[in-house]
Structure formats: structure tokens, C-alpha cells
Design a protein around this ligand. Structure first.
Ligand SMILES: [Mg+2]
Length: 364
């Protein structure tokens, strides 16, 4: 089989050199350095989150290491009135949208307040979705509402390569195509679905071509080249916003970290493959390009790292000082109206939690 009908966009080589002439917007070095800054901030935050899990201060965490370009590009282009329906490896896009670092730590610490975003521009974004691919259908619901109301807003939903094998994903593509919904699907094809490699995950040469079967446009992008992701995402959002139907972007990247902190990828992944992937990662690539253009150097790099580390540390302090949530908050957002049978259990739980808080309940 051939994939020659599916385009794949790349502007920067892994060495940060031009693969082809840049789009006009990329002459704006202020924009490129802002994107670079955000990728570095995301990576430093990600490292801290893993360290906090290792020391028992948050629960399981899904690292975004190596995939910063995809999220930063998406988040920088979405408008505040658009809605993000993310999956669990979306730290980069959440930060770019305006979700606070301490909120992300609260979320992974099992605290419901982490999904109650303070920034008004992201208040309508969905919480991270941990079940695989179900968010794609939620996004179709959001996009349907936009279409019915005649609003020029876009639903953007993300998923990993593994999710594209799920029925939920394929059903979402189908309904998006049938109803011509204003939705952009972004696949973060990081080559691994936990321990299952892409090559045995799906028989099709590309994941982007799944859009063709649903009757709309799909394409591949070098997901380690932020100029390429930004450029194609910009086109996709514009096209979708104009009512020209959905778009599927398959961003090719590599999961440099473990699947989550509950995983050990060294047990199933060849070291030489990971070593090669480090040669293609997104931050070094843009850094090399900016340096070659005379707008980045070691002094700027060190100042940026220092600034970002300060921001991360501030967020950790805010997380530490957030205090505990009430025990019953674990149930707060499950139902708008509780079914009778569960309402009874909830009452029992609330009463017990209050007795425990008062030191009156010592039974098992
Ligand atoms: Mg994956």
C-alpha cells in the first residue's frame, strides 16, 4: 500500500536546518522565541511533575516529554471561545491555553480543583480524559452544539496513536464527516501505545488516512517541528471555522518518556530507538534554528531556564499550599442529580466522613 495521497509537512530538519522555504508568518522571530520559551517551560514543568510523583506528592502522571511542539502549537492558535477536549498527555496544550501549573499538579494529585480552571479563557475546556478515545465523541457533541447555534467556534480534540484503534475514535470520525462538524482531531502519534508499537497497532500506512474513510481531509505533520505543526494547525482551524468541515492532523512524534510514571519502557523498548529519537526531538531542533538565525544563544538559554524554573517552583509552592479538599469532593462532579440508589450511598459516605472528621468513628 502507498500513502502517497497523504501529505506530510516538515519545514525544519532534525538538525534545525530548513527543509524547504518557511511560510511567511515564520519570519516573526518574536513569535518563534515565544513558542520556544513555552516548550522549555513545559519540559521543565514536566520534569518536576515526574519528580513529585517519584516522591509521592502526586499520583500517576503521564509525561509529555518529547511532544512539546504539538501542544504548544495547538494551544497558541486556538481562540479563547474554542473548546479543547484533551486526553491525558496534554500538559503542553493546557499550559499554553492558560491552565495553571498548580492546577495540573492538583489534577494529578487526585484533587478535583485541578479541573476547575481559574483562567476565564479556558473555563469551557474539558478536563483531561483518561479513558481511551471517548473524548473524541464528547468533542463531536461540542462541535454539534457550535453548528446548531451557528457559532464560528472550533472543537479541538487530541488523542494518542493507540486511541485511533478504538471504536469511539472511528465513530467520532464518522459522525464528524457525516454532519460536517467544526472539529479538528489531532493525533499525537508518538509511536507507542503503552507497550504496543505503531507498526503492529494498525495495518494502514498512515493514521491520517482514517479521515478519508470518513469523508474529510487528513494529513501528516512532523510533530517535532513546531513550525510545521503551527502552520498546518493554523490552516486547519481556519478551514474548520469557515464551516468547511472537520480536519484530522496526524502529528508524528516520539514518546521519549515512559507511558506514565506507572510504566517502565526500558522493559519493552530498544535503547537504540530511543537514542535515535532524542536526535529528532522538538526543542533542540527549534533552538538550533533560532541560533542559526542569530536570535538565540547560550546566555538567553540560561536566562530562560532560570526564569522557567522559578515559575515551576512558584507553582509547586501554590500546590503545596492549596490545602486538602473535603472527602466528599470526590463525588461532587459525578452527577447533576444523583440516582436514588447512589444518593443513599452518598449520604452514608457524607455522614461517615463527618464522624471521622470529628474523631467519632473508629470502626472498620
Ligand atoms: Mg502513543
Amino acid at each position: 500500500m502507498s500513502n502517497n495521497k497523504i501529505a506530510c509537512t516538515r519545514y525544519l530538519t532534525p538538525e534545525g536546518q530548513l527543509n524547504t522555504s518557511l511560510p511567511a508568518w515564520a519570519d516573526d522571530f518574536n513569535l518563534l522565541t515565544r513558542l520556544y520559551r513555552q516548550m522549555v517551560l513545559t519540559r521543565l514543568f514536566d520534569q518536576k511533575a515526574v519528580a513529585l510523583q517519584r516522591t509521592g506528592r502526586i499520583g500517576t502522571y503521564a509525561p509529555t516529554l518529547g511532544q512539546e511542539a504539538i501542544g504548544v502549537a495547538i494551544g497558541s492558535l486556538m481562540r479563547s471561545e474554542d473548546v479543547l477536549i484533551p486526553y491525558y498527555r496534554d500538559t503542553a496544550v493546557q499550559l499554553m491555553r492558560g491552565v495553571r501549573m498548580e492546577e495540573i499538579l492538583l489534577y494529578w494529585g487526585g484533587d478535583e480543583r485541578g479541573s476547575d480552571y481559574a483562567e476565564p479563557a479556558v473555563a469551557q475546556d474539558f478536563p483531561l480524559c483518561v479513558p481511551i478515545a471517548t473524548q473524541a465523541l464528547h468533542a463531536c457533541g461540542v462541535a454539534s452544539a457550535f453548528k446548531i447555534r451557528g457559532e464560528h467556534r472550533v472543537a479541538v480534540t487530541t488523542c494518542g496513536d493507540g486511541a485511533t484503534s478504538k471504536g469511539d475514535f472511528l465513530e467520532a470520525l464518522n459522525v464528524a464527516g457525516a454532519w460536517q462538524l467544526p472539529i479538528v482531531f489531532v493525533i499525537n502519534n508518538n509511536q507507542w501505545a503503552i507497550s504496543v508499537p505503531r507498526r503492529i497497532q494498525c495495518g494502514a500506512p498512515t493514521l491520517a488516512q482514517k479521515a478519508v474513510g470518513a469523508g474529510f481531509h487528513g494529513e501528516q505533520i512532523d510533530g517535532n517541528d513546531i513550525i510545521a505543526v503551527y502552520d498546518r494547525m493554523q490552516v486547519a482551524l481556519e478551514r474548520t471555522r469557515q464551516g468547511k468541515g472537520p480536519v484530522l492532523l496526524e502529528c508524528l512524534s516520539y514518546r521519549l518518556g515512559d507511558h506514565t510514571t506507572a510504566d517502565d519502557a526500558t522493559r519493552y523498548r530498544p535503547a537504540d530507538e530511543v537514542k535515535q529519537a532524542w536526535q529528532e526531538e522538538p526543542i533542540k531542533r527549534l533552538q538550533a534554528f533560532l541560533a542559526s538565525q542569530g536570535v538565540w544563544d547560550e546566555g538567553r538559554e540560561q536566562a530562560l531556564i532560570s526564569e522557567c524554573q522559578g515559575l515551576v517552583q512558584q507553582a509547586v509552592s501554590a500546590f503545596d499550599n492549596a490545602g486538602s479538599q473535603s472527602p466528599e469532593s470526590v463525588m461532587d462532579h459525578v452527577y447533576a442529580q444523583w440516582p436514588a440508589a447512589l444518593a443513599e450511598q452518598r449520604e452514608w459516605f457524607l455522614e461517615r466522613a463527618q464522624r471521622r472528621a470529628g474523631g467519632e468513628d473508629h470502626d472498620q
